[in-house]
Design a protein around this ligand. Structure first.
Ligand code: OGA
Ligand code: NI
Length: 355
């Protein structure tokens, strides 16, 4: 039975909520401790991509290697995507979320009780009762172009489609440049990862809209998780919310209008046999609305991903079982996500015993 529940934005805008409904409460240990944040808390590393095709390349490859080993999360500047395009994309998305509910509802992804809604506008994407995130989403497949379901793309504004097509091409170029640096950091050929996924790759856009919240300290915009894909680029607006876990501590990522956050996904952790790590992260909410635009690069569904043999040599054993991306996603969503994301718990069942 398709659900007729309204999205969270609609509930907040018309429901005059002054408390967070039970369905959205998170356990005490997973709550944000706002009083913990001080201005001098640790900051996420920033990689400056200026001159990376020239004299700064060795330095940047070295920096990428160390942040991927230690953090799995960083920010990039001078990345080649134009600020006007980033702003145009944000503006299009804002216009979509400002539309009347009935208009947005035309591209609603509905959970039919069996199949997870994977695309369209939605409030919870398959999360079971009792574990909802304080957010709504718009998710669209963007690459390859043949995977686009234009019937699910917003029709307003009229320039949405053109802007997203341009944006996703630019994101793809940046992902590919970062993949080259990651390959070199692993001691592989520059084009190794791009060749590995040539023709076996997909890209998805996920917009997270976090409505203003009456009790930010008892809920979470997005519970802790690692991303299940290859790489994620996140464009944040000016409201803080994104946090990454480092050495047991949650660190808030500073919103910077012309930078992207880069997030190493589980598939890179597996390919690199654990040299590079996918980071646990989450998003908190506040009394202000927040919007983030994430671009996910991922293997095509049937592509099998396992540790890269060239990296292992003769001594090292693979730490993870090779598995197709669709199987990986199934276990990610059904074992962890559906009941509430459990950080990186979903990777454990792939671990090969080392004794
Ligand atoms: C995600 C994510 C963080 C944010 O979409 O997977 O982690 O800042 N988003 O919204
Ligand atoms: Ni994420």
């Amino acid at each position: 039975m398709p659900s007729e529940r309204v999205t969270l934005q609609e509930l907040v805008e018309n429901g005059h909520l002054d408390t967070v409904p039970d369905d959205y409460l998170v356990s005490e240990q997973d709550r944000v401790k706002f009083e913990d944040y001080s201005c001098d808390a640790r900051e996420l590393p920033v990689i400056d991509m200026v001159g990376v095709e020239g004299e700064r390349r060795d330095l940047v490859v070295q920096q990428i290697r160390s942040v991927c080993e230690e953090w799995g999360f960083f920010q990039v500047k001078n990345h080649g995507v134009s600020l006007p395009l980033m702003k145009r994309m944000q503006q299009e998305i804002r216009e979509f979320f400002d539309l009347p509910y009935e208009e947005k509802n035309k591209i609603r992804a509905r959970f039919d009780g069996h199949v997870l809604p994977d695309e369209g506008y939605s409030d919870r994407f398959g999360l079971k009762e009792g574990s909802a995130n304080w957010s709504d989403r718009l998710r669209l497949y963007t690459l390859p172009a043949s995977s686009r379901r234009y019937e699910l793309w917003p029709k307003h504004s009229p320039s949405f489609r053109e802007t997203l097509e341009e944006y996703c091409e630019e994101q793809d170029k940046l992902m590919s440049r970062i993949s080259e640096l990651i390959s070199e950091g692993l001691g592989l050929e520059t084009s190794y990862l791009n060749d590995y996924f040539a023709g076996k790759y997909q890209q998805q856009l996920q917009v997270n809209y976090y409505p203003p919240c009456p009790q930010p300290d008892v809920t979470m915009g997005l519970r802790k998780h690692s991303d299940n894909n290859l790489l994620t680029l996140i464009l944040q607006d000016s409201t803080p919310g994104l946090q990454v876990k480092k050495d047991g501590q949650w660190i808030t990522v500073k919103p910077m209008e012309d930078w992207f956050v880069v997030n190493v996904g589980d598939q890179i952790e597996i390919l690199s046999n654990g040299r590079y790590t996918s980071a646990e992260h989450r998003a908190f909410v506040s009394s202000k609305p927040r919007m983030s635009i994430a671009t996910f690069s991922m293997p095509s569904n049937e592509t099998v991903v396992g540790p890269i043999l060239e990296l292992l040599g003769t001594e090292e054993q693979p730490k993870y079982r090779a598995i197709s991306f669709s199987e990986f996603k199934d276990s990610f969503y059904y074992t962890g996500w559906a009941t509430a994301p459990t950080g990186k718990g979903h990777l454990k069942h792939l671990l090969i015993s080392q004794d």
